[in-house]
Write a protein that binds this ligand. Structure first.
Ligand SMILES: [Zn+2]
Ligand SMILES: [Zn+2]
Length: 388
């Protein structure tokens, strides 16, 4: 239920943040009403479409690869030129400065779902998580700059923070006016490349806080409400794999598989090949597989208890098979922990020894392979147990 509204009936809702309310009404009217009307009645020229697409892609990618994965989570390191580009195009998105964004986002991760701490907790309702948290002066929306002490030492972040509002107006009004003068349609350029682009891309980002905590699969963790959703990933440059992200927030990838749409990941990888980014952090494959299997076991066990399609007499057989698999899983995890301990005990010297290194790698690969096969067995077991 909406905890804030229940609380509000007893107390009173916090006051509206008038500037935000006016801004959201204006941008949504301009973007979703005025812009389509103008397109229908007058039409947009090619330059307006090109400007819209370029700024939309560059600003969205900068939020994903910059605001989120670089500055909020420090999943990789980036050169100054790359940081400057990400800060510049991120400013186009009108999602507040990097410093403010990262401060709130880090609190969201630390206190996810907690109504009293998470700035956009889904437990306070879909609307609150989507936009409501910005239109009223909720105590949870206060910015805690203690969360971003590391970023306060970053000159690019601080420069953007200091000149944020002049930069926002220059980019979102000055640039389209200049382009409109060059290509002959100022109003069309403002409506498409700024108003519609802003209104549309902001809702897509807000969907991460609302939809990606409501709709989708929880393949890696059910400790929080975050979901993996391929449709939202399409709209947010890869950020829709939110269950994986909340489980492994230090990883520069959100969409783990090669077929998952994660241009944020591709941009970071490309930047690393070009020498513009380095120290890309990846979660060890075993840990990811372990989390996925843990969830599979839990879900299978729950379904065996509750699904009517499994005959009572065969539930016992399936449960025994599942227990055997779980026992094996525990054994593999224990072996992996032993290899980890071996590696630590061997120290850095042993890791320079090629034979020791190869031996360790082989053991890791074998254990990863065991989990991969076990995952397949569980999928088959599920299909067999619940076949109608
Ligand atoms: Zn995050
Ligand atoms: Zn989240």
């Amino acid at each position: 239920m909406n905890d804030h509204s229940t609380a509000a009936s007893a107390d009173r809702k916090p006051p509206l943040v008038k500037s935000n309310v006016v801004f959201f009404i204006a941008i949504n009217l301009l973007g979703f009403v005025a812009a389509p009307l103008y397109g229908w009645l007058v039409g947009f020229n090619t330059a307006a479409w090109v400007a819209f697409a370029s700024i939309w892609i560059l600003s969205g990618m900068s939020i994903t690869a910059g605001y989120h994965r670089l500055w909020s989570h420090r999943t990789y390191k980036a050169s100054r030129p790359l940081q400057a580009i990400l800060a510049l195009f991120g400013t186009f998105s009108l999602q507040n400065s990097i410093l403010v964004w990262a401060a709130r986002h880090r609190v969201h991760h630390r206190h996810v779902d907690e109504v009293d701490h998470d700035p956009h907790s889904i437990k306070s309702g879909f609307w609150h998580a989507h936009m409501g948290w910005m239109v009223r002066d909720w105590p949870t929306s206060k910015i805690d700059f203690d969360q971003v002490k590391d970023l306060q030492a970053n000159p690019i972040v601080m420069f953007q923070h200091r000149y944020y509002w002049p930069a926002v107006w220059t980019l979102n009004l000055g640039v389209p006016v200049a382009l409109g003068l060059m290509f002959g349609d100022i109003l069309g350029m403002i409506l498409l490349a700024s108003a519609f682009r802003l209104a549309f891309s902001q809702h897509c980002t807000f969907f991460i806080n609302s939809l990606a905590h409501t709709w989708g699969k929880r393949g890696y963790s059910d400790e929080n409400t975050a979901r993996d959703n391929g449709v939202i990933a399409l709209l947010t440059w890869g950020e829709g794999y939110h269950n994986f992200h909340h489980a492994f927030q230090a990883d520069y990838r959100n969409g783990l598989r090669w077929w998952q749409f994660d241009p944020g990941k591709w941009l970071i990888a490309l930047s690393s090949w070009l020498g513009l980014a380095w120290d890309l952090r990846r979660t060890p494959r075993f840990k990811i597989q372990r989390a996925r299997l843990q969830m599979q076991f839990r879900q299978l066990r729950e379904r065996l208890e509750s699904d009517d399609r499994v005959a009572d007499e065969s539930v016992l057989t399936w449960r025994e098979a599942l227990d055997r698999e779980y026992h094996q899983f525990k054994d593999t995890v224990a072996q992996w922990q032993a290899v980890q301990a071996d590696r630590v005990a061997a120290g850095a010297d042993a890791l320079r020894d090629r034979w020791r290194k190869t031996e360790l790698r082989t053991r890791y690969k074998e254990l990863e392979y065991r989990l991969k096969m076990q995952h397949r067995r569980l999928v088959t077991m599920q299909q067999a147990a619940f076949a109608v």
